[in-house]
Design a protein around this ligand. Structure first.
Ligand code: NAP
Length: 245
């Protein structure tokens, strides 16, 4: 039986309206977390995730926040009600890709937006969260195998943004280890969500060593393990959820 109130404390999941973030919010609620769902455009989807968390007996709400906007992020963390419990978890999940393009084809606006959402957004959310984690906590950054593989011919800008996120994991983990705050990355491979261009999963899935793409729930399981006390001596590390590549 899951605990009836959020004994693990409060978790903020950015990009919690869809895909990996929504699956993470739901599983975390089932494991005893109260959940604040951050979203940018998916108000109805976020409300459905909140309803699912509440149905498990948890406190949950949804807040619209573009993670690339500092005022939005300050509001996301600054408006937490007392009944939500102490902030002990952050999943830096919100992220974007662009259309397939070579580096030679990239324009500055696209690169800037990629870095603002995937890197600046994660930094701002981490900053606001750890300022409030008074009795320890856990941050999980949702990176990508692209950070290692490079995504040549598709989106090197995205891959580079995730490599920057991985460096945030390494450095922040060292800064915070003495305060009982752990910081880790999950690096998904090809996962069945709406982030992909039409046909991409079908084209690339058979080339994954396990012969298939992964599910958002499979990534959520790894994220929630890193959030949990079972990962109590794990910090500054990278967990690939990618079917072998
Ligand atoms: P998704 O289904 O497209 O969902 C993306 C989520 O991020 C949505 O909830 C979206 O919110 C939110 N979001 C986008 N821009 C935002 C912004 N500026 N501010 C706040 N929220 C924003 O994608 P996903 O596949 O679940 O991806 C989640 C994370 O996993 C991303 O960081 C992605 O890079 C990473 N990842 C995914 C894969 C994969 O194969 N799927 C592989 C490796 C890594 P709204 O819908 O409310 O706008």
């Amino acid at each position: 039986m899951p605990p009836s109130t959020g004994e693990r404390g409060l978790l903020v999941v950015t990009g919690g309206s869809r895909g990996i973030g929504a699956a993470t919010a739901r599983l975390a609620a089932a494991q005893g977390w109260n959940v604040r769902v951050g979203y940018r455009t998916g108000e109805e989807e976020a409300a459905a995730v909140v309803a699912a968390c509440r149905a498990l007996g948890r406190w949950a709400d949804a807040v619209r926040a573009d993670v690339a906007d500092e005022a939005d992020v300050v509001h996301l963390f600054g408006s937490l009600p007392e009944e939500a419990g102490p902030l002990r978890g952050l999943v830096n999940n919100a992220g974007i890709v662009g259309a397939a393009a070579t580096v030679a084809e990239l324009d500055a606006d696209r690169i800037r937006r990629m870095l603002e959402v995937n890197v600046l957004g994660a930094f701002l959310c981490a900053r606001e969260a750890v300022r409030r984690m008074d009795d320890g906590g856990s941050v999980v950054n949702v990176s990508s195998r692209a950070a290692v593989l490079g995504a040549a011919g598709e989106y090197v800008d995205y891959a580079a943004s995730k490599a920057a996120l991985d460096t945030l994991t390494t450095g922040l983990a060292q800064e915070l280890a003495g305060r009982g705050i752990r910081v880790n990355s999950v690096r998904p491979g090809l996962i069945d969500t709406e982030i992909h261009a039409p046909g991409r999963l079908e084209r690339l899935g058979p080339g994954v060593p396990m012969g298939r793409v992964g599910t958002a729930e499979e990534v959520a399981a790894a994220v929630c393990w890193l959030l949990s006390p079972e990962a109590s001596f794990t910090t500054g590390t990278f967990l690939d959820v990618s079917g072998g590549r």
